[in-house]
Design a protein around this ligand. Structure first.
Ligand SMILES: [Zn+2]
Length: 407
């Protein structure tokens, strides 16, 4: 699939061509199907291009289950001007969501009516193309006062192993720490300075299997789960009141359920999956204990009910503080291109919170409209793409002193 017009591996002659090449690679995230590192070929292509343009590259290996080659690598592209200069890091993920149900050729990269169509055009190969083309252009223009790095990260759409590996292990192996991070996601070039996080986890009820000819011999895990859902929806969700400017209020919903094994067996197991949206300032570690309290009241009324919560998957929220200098600098640049400098919030999550958790000023900024992400006819507007590249290049030309204490 996606083989036509593909990979004349010749270096692209324009930003649009670069994005077309990137779209032509199938990088649909298949981690849930047990296929890791779908980004490999695209990463190798970007690596070759970057080296051809005189940039430095490094493959930052990701270990998974102890094996280094299983999960592949994040690609780091750098341009070090002077050891003494601070580093500005750009991040853009290479994976995309599924192409199922798309009404356009997902890998065709058709240019029509001022738009480029394809899976990832907007989320977020568009931002990645802009970053790389901006760096190439900034180096050609010369006079940089900061060292610049671009992290092409893997697996953002499913389990976020790329960014986790970077902040937990890979960063320590570099001889520098970023003074600020710009995370590329489609924000229509508005700066997102705060966003929500998520805590997602499973709750399982365990019953007792029995033949359905005599249900009294068993205990239905499904019936118990109905009670669990009831108490969460009655006693937990309505009491969520945490709020944060720009992003709204905390949310929680139960969105998956599985249970039972056969129609003639009293179900032994039932599982639900819960999605809890964190606003900045909420403690992710406090969520399951709060739900546990509610489940315990239920267990007191139903001594045989057995409900257990499984380990959560946590994605942090991004608080709006801690990036004042960066925000001001980005705002000035946006205004100079005729865009708004007003900081915005988002209800979705991004890699920015992972960097911010290290105390590094971080925000989300990129061309393209999030409304186009994950859509059946995904595209990015060419004028957004061009502006995105120019804004990134202007940022690269700034001094990289984003920490207010002068680090
Ligand atoms: Zn994205």
């Amino acid at each position: 699939m996606g083989s036509k017009a593909k990979r004349s591996l010749a270096a692209p002659g324009s930003l649009v061509e670069l994005l077309q090449q990137m779209i032509s690679f199938d990088t649909v995230n298949r981690v849930n199907e047990g296929v890791p590192f779908v980004e490999g070929e695209l990463a190798a292509h970007l690596e070759a291009l970057a080296e051809g343009w005189g940039l430095q590259t490094a493959r930052l290996p990701i270990a998974q289950n102890g094996s280094l080659d299983q999960a592949g690598f994040n690609l780091l592209v750098t341009h070090e001007v002077d050891q003494k200069f601070p580093w500005l890091l750009f991040d853009s993920h290479l994976d995309t969501v599924t192409v199922e149900g798309m009404t356009i050729d997902p890998f065709g990269a058709l240019v029509e009516d001022g738009k480029i169509y394809g899976r990832g055009a907007c989320d977020t190969k568009g931002t990645g193309a802009c970053m790389l083309w901006a760096l190439k252009s900034a180096v050609e223009a010369g006079g940089l006062q900061a060292n610049i790095a671009i992290l092409f990260s893997v697996d953002e759409e499913v389990s976020r192993i790329g960014v986790s590996a970077f902040v937990q292990h890979q960063l320590a192996s570099l001889h520098w720490t970023p003074s600020a991070v710009i995370v590329g996601e489609p924000t229509t070039l508005q700066m997102i300075t705060a966003h929500n996080g998520t805590v997602r986890w499973k709750i399982e009820t365990q019953g007792r299997a029995a033949h359905s000819s005599d249900p009294s011999q068993g205990r239905s895990a499904i019936t118990d789960m109905i009670k669990v859902i009831g108490v969460i929806e009655a006693e937990y969700i309505p009491k969520l009141t945490a709020e944060y400017p720009l992003v709204g209020t905390a949310q929680c919903s139960i969105n998956m359920i599985t249970g039972g094994s056969l129609v003639n067996v009293i179900p032994e197991f039932c599982t639900i999956e819960v999605d809890r949206r964190l606003v900045p300032g909420e403690d992710a570690e406090s969520i399951l204990p709060a739900v546990e309290t509610v489940l315990q009241t239920l267990a007191e009324e139903n001594p045989e009910l057995n409900a257990t919560q499984q380990e959560p998957h946590i994605s942090l929220a991004l608080p709006a503080d801690g990036n004042q200098v960066l925000k001001a600098r980005v705002g000035t640049i946006l205004e100079s291109f005729g865009f708004s400098s007003t900081a915005q919030g988002a209800k979705y999550g991004t890699h920015a919170s992972d960097f911010a958790a290290l105390g590094i000023p971080s925000l989300v900024l990129g061309p393209g409209d999030i409304d186009q992400a994950h859509r059946k006819d995904e595209y990015i507007a060419l004028d957004q793409l061009e502006s995105g590249m120019q804004v990134y290049q202007a940022l690269m030309a700034q001094p990289g002193d984003y920490w207010s204490d002068g680090r």
